[in-house]
Design a protein around this ligand. Structure first.
Ligand SMILES: [Fe+2]
Length: 498
């Protein structure tokens, strides 16, 4: 979900600028190299590695996918964006919170306000309040700081001189949070929120929450180093190149579809087989199907205090992003955003913001109609214990500056279901957990293996917690359909206790 600070370099639409982000794909990552540690910057290593023109096959791909109704859809999307970008700015600046807040009590009661549900669907992001007490969240943070203090000779992170993002995966606080019954219940609800086409066959158990070990952030006031520009996780060119991934956007791209207004970004079924990391060129990719990235707050943090920013309309953004490579501004357009000043572009190989092996980065140069400088919207104020989630297609960023007076701190805990791919990752993760090593997708090395007071599988007692971490077999519900049953039984049949 994160990346290094974008440079301010701007580029012609036909020119591809690579700025290194590669993370959050949903395919198995290449085996992590045995390195001597690392930090978050390894995943976002190249902030600007120069311009590159893509090979001819990318022009051929555009020609293959082209049909005339894409031009009609493009014009519709531009019209809609003009209205929507104004709405976002006007409502937000007028004081409206653009990201909905969902009380955990509604999840617990199984009664979600339909209006809230609609807003979550539209924005693709949500704040869940009240699942974890402030006191408990603050205790997690205090324990992490103590864990860092007593193991200071082994602690790594970014930046090295004053760590904001810790290379911790196996602290007791992280284990407690990942297995907290209310966080697990929240994630089960979020996954169940996803519609599933071809449900009987879909090889996923959306009610089986499994853990994905990620880092944590304790960002101190004044920090301006941990800043991440607008991007989308899950690869970039793969959205068009990989046929399974492309099928997630069929209503936007296909000639025989109903059109972009029918696009449902949340259908999990086509994503199960999507290859979001076709190039496998290095480290930093996320080796699981991760429908919802998320964090649990350990601080009282509001806009301007180094928090997350999102573009709060996932369907419209998807439509624009997927159509964008097929069009470019006319010569002499002079920066005009009007549809008549743009033209069909199938000859160039440009896929603005995309590059092999990297995530999709967006700027006002590459995706001007989104007006990201104005429309990227900061998370409203959150308290310790609040959870924030955003769907995998959501354009997101991290505020450049932390101008607050307190720390801005989170545990990254996404919501992921059991699939065959996620089971492969979970097995590696269990092994690393037992050894105190970093999570499999992240820079390797000795990690926390020598740390005093780290979490181990033997610390985890409750059956549900052990299942979430992959330490036990799963229950196969009586009403499980074929696809769900298959993934659960595959895990159980090959399960080995650590
Ligand atoms: Fe990201």
């Amino acid at each position: 979900m994160i990346r290094t600070t974008l440079t301010s370099s701007r580029t012609l639409p036909q020119t591809l600028v690579l700025r290194g982000v590669r993370h959050a794909s949903v395919q198995p990552a290449t085996p992590a190299p045995a390195e001597d540690g690392g930090s978050i910057m390894d995943a976002f290593a190249s902030t600007s590695i120069g311009a590159q023109v893509l090979p001819q096959r990318f022009s051929d791909l555009k020609k293959k996918l082209w049909h005339p109704s894409l031009e009609t859809r493009w014009k519709e999307v531009l019209t809609e964006l003009e209205v929507e970008t104004k709405r976002i700015v006007t409502e937000r600046d007028g004081g409206k919170e653009m990201v909905p807040r969902l009380p955990f009590s509604q999840i617990k009661a199984g009664a979600i306000d339909p209006e809230l549900s609609d807003r979550i669907f539209k924005t693709g992001s949500v704040i869940i309040e009240g699942a974890v007490s402030e006191q408990e969240a603050l205790k997690w943070k205090a324990d992490i700081l103590e864990y860092a203090r007593i193991n200071k000779e082994h602690v790594r992170g970014f930046p090295a001189e004053e760590i904001q993002v810790f290379e911790f995966y196996n602290s007791k606080s992280q284990t407690s949070a990942r297995t907290h019954p209310n966080i697990v219940a929240t994630q089960r609800w979020l996954l169940d929120f996803l519609p599933t086409s071809n449900k009987a066959e879909a090889k996923v158990s959306l009610r089986t929450v499994v853990s994905y070990y990620d880092r944590l952030r304790i960002r101190t006031p004044g920090d301006a180093k941990f800043a991440l520009g607008p991007h989308i996780d899950g690869g970039s060119l793969e959205r068009w190149e990989d046929s399974a991934y492309r099928s997630c956007f069929a209503d936007i791209l296909s000639a025989d579809s109903k059109g972009w207004k029918e696009h449902n970004p949340y259908d999990i079924t086509p994503r199960i087989d999507a290859d979001m990391d076709m190039y496998r060129v290095g480290k930093g990719a996320c080796g699981v199907l991760r429908p919802w990235q998320g964090w649990t707050s350990l601080s009282n943090t509001g806009p301007g205090e180094g928090t997350l920013r999102v573009f709060p309309n996932v369907r419209l953004a998807n439509a624009y992003v997927m159509l964008r490579p097929f069009f470019s501004p006319k010569p002499n357009a002079g920066g005009s955003l009007k549809a008549e000043d743009w033209t069909v572009d199938l000859e160039s190989t440009a896929f603005p913001g995309s590059a092999p092996g990297l995530g999709l980065e967006l700027t006002d140069a590459s995706h001007p109609h989104l007006k990201l400088e104005e429309t990227m919207t900061s998370m409203p104020r959150v308290k310790p214990g609040d959870q924030v989630y955003w769907f995998s297609d959501v354009i997101h960023a991290v505020e450049k500056n932390h101008n607050g007076t307190g720390d801005s701190s989170v545990l990254y805990i996404p919501a992921i279901p059991l699939t065959h791919q996620n089971a492969i990752h979970l097995r590696k993760q269990v092994k690393n957990f037992s050894l105190g090593l970093p999570s499999p997708d992240f820079p390797q090395g000795q990690g926390e293996s020598l740390n005093v007071g780290r979490s181990t599988p033997s610390n985890v007692v409750s059956l549900e917690a052990r299942r979430v971490l992959g330490l036990e077999k799963f229950e196969v519900p009586e009403d499980a359909e074929k696809g769900e049953r298959e993934v659960l039984e595959a895990w159980n049949d090959t399960f080995e206790k650590v």
